[in-house]
Design a binder for this molecule. Structure first.
Ligand code: NDP
Length: 429
């Protein structure tokens, strides 16, 4: 979930953060006997029964499947988008807005829907001013959202405006936008000086891995039956949340859709005599298990995906995983191993997804690679000098030279490939 604060989830009168809500749901699923594997599915085969699901690490078979892969933010695809991607252009204000490079700078958000308005309001926490670039005569966002934007003295709305291209400074970071008046189709002579541009122009469903085995609409959203809003064109395959829902896209509507899909799946399995009961953990046992897991995590820092802040008293170069700028400086200067640095921010949902994944990959290189996690909110000067404009960002260093930069969340194989290449080069040298 990429939303930071969820204010409209029933049962949380004081609001809840997206990552906390996800963690609570995870624990609840475990209590009910779910087994979780955090890895990317690369392909599915719906022509076989049971269905086959392949990830990089395993092949699984299932009598029924619920697809809940969500949707990914769209990009504008202006000519210099790649050049300034993660160097000022971003599709996630929530993940990247806290970057020190944006602090007290003028920023732009593109779009006129609820997402763009939400991003613009969020960015006012960090920016000196936010320009909302709306291509039409008016915003399509809900009245409540529009009003929040229009009531904010920190947001300037530019109607009938679209972005033609971007230009950068000598360091290669975004500096200004070339705008077009969509009414006259003429370029606006004065470039808009901004340090960041964030897209809020809608989403594309994550359905590519399905390889056209299911009915989707022209935008790739899964088509669900009118009758239960969760059955797909393949019997036994169900859909939940944003992967089919273009309209509501709220945590609560996605959760409701997940519940519908689960009930439909249970009915399907029962009707086909495929249902197998999984014993629910006793509430007391579950609580004890969660408490025991928390205690174990606190007592075993070596096994955690991120380590407590390191200083001169507790720095241990033999340990693989570290956290904070002290460890980064020590390892950068003293480690003979390739060094992986992951930049995160506290509000970044994708960071929460990447941490355990990367940790599993790093476990395979326990004695040969060092790792440091830098929270850009805690160590903004480090993030600034590393040119971090978005999280998660993974940088790999060897012999004090930066040899790789990976922005966002990629497949495990991509991290493995880069780390293995560095180790092969090290042993060949
Ligand atoms: P929408 O599809 O609603 O809005 C997309 C916006 O981007 C529109 O203003 C559209 O312009 C603009 N746009 C699209 N393509 C381009 C382009 N190439 N150049 C410039 N502008 C472009 O997407 P959202 O993600 O905002 O919202 C999707 C759904 O999620 C909605 O139902 C919304 O209510 C919900 N939502 C609710 C939130 C909340 O209540 N907290 C928060 C976020 C989303 P145009 O209008 O001209 O087509």
């Amino acid at each position: 979930m990429s939303t930071t604060e969820v204010e409209n989830y029933p049962g949380f009168p004081e609001g809840v953060t997206g990552p906390e809500l996800m963690e609570r749901m995870r624990q609840q699923a475990l209590r009910w006997g779910a087994e979780l594997y955090e890895e990317d599915v690369v392909s599915v085969d719906f022509s076989k029964r049971p269905f086959e699901i392949k990830s990089e690490d395993r092949t699984m078979r299932a009598n029924a499947i619920i697809l809940a892969t969500g949707a990914t933010a769209k990009r504008l695809r202006i000519p210099s988008e790649e050049k300034f991607w993660s160097k000022g252009i971003s599709a996630c204000a929530i993940c990247d807005g806290a970057s020190p490079a944006f602090a007290q700078k003028e920023l732009a958000v593109v779009g006129g829907g609820d997402s763009a308005c939400e991003e613009a309001i969020y960015l006012t926490k960090y920016a000196s001013k936010v320009h909302l670039l709306v291509r039409g005569e008016e915003m399509r966002a809900s009245k409540a959202m529009r009003d929040r934007v229009l009531d904010s003295s920190d947001v300037i709305v530019h109607y009938n405006t679209s972005v033609e291209d971007a230009a950068g400074n000598a360091q290669g970071f975004l500096e200004s936008l070339k705008l077009v008046n969509t009414k006259t189709n003429e370029s606006i002579p004065e470039p808009l000086k901004v340090a960041g541009m964030f897209y809020g122009i809608g989403h594309t469903p994550n359905t590519k891995f399905l390889d056209s085995q299911l009915g989707t609409d022209e935008d790739g959203f899964i088509i669900v039956s009118d009758h239960d809003k969760t059955s797909t064109s393949v019997e036994g395959v169900f859909s939940a949340g944003d992967v089919h829902d273009k309209e509501w896209r709220q945590a609560i509507t996605a959760a409701g859709s997940g519940c519908q899909a689960a009930i439909s799946t249970e009915r399907y399995l029962q009707m086909n005599k495929l249902l197998k009961e999984v014993k629910m953990m006793d509430t007391k046992d579950a609580k004890e298990e969660i408490e025991a897991a928390k205690k174990k995590e606190a007592e075993a820092p070596k096994k955690k995906t991120h380590e407590p802040a390191i200083d001169a008293d507790n720095f241990d170069i033999d340990r693989q995983k570290h956290q904070g700028q002290y460890a980064l400086r020590k390892l950068y200067h003293e480690s003979p191993r390739p060094l992986v640095v992951m930049y995160t921010s506290p509000t970044c949902g994708p960071c929460k997804r990447l941490k355990p994944m990367l940790s599993t990959v790093l476990d395979e290189y326990e004695k040969s690679i060092h790792y440091v996690e830098i929270d850009i909110a805690k160590d903004p000067e480090i993030a600034e000098s590393a040119g971090i404009m978005g999280t998660p960002c993974v940088q790999v260093f060897k012999d004090k030279a930066r040899v790789a930069v990976i922005n966002g969340v990629k497949m495990k194989s991509e991290y493995r490939k880069i780390l293995s290449e560095q180790l092969i080069e090290s042993s060949a040298a």
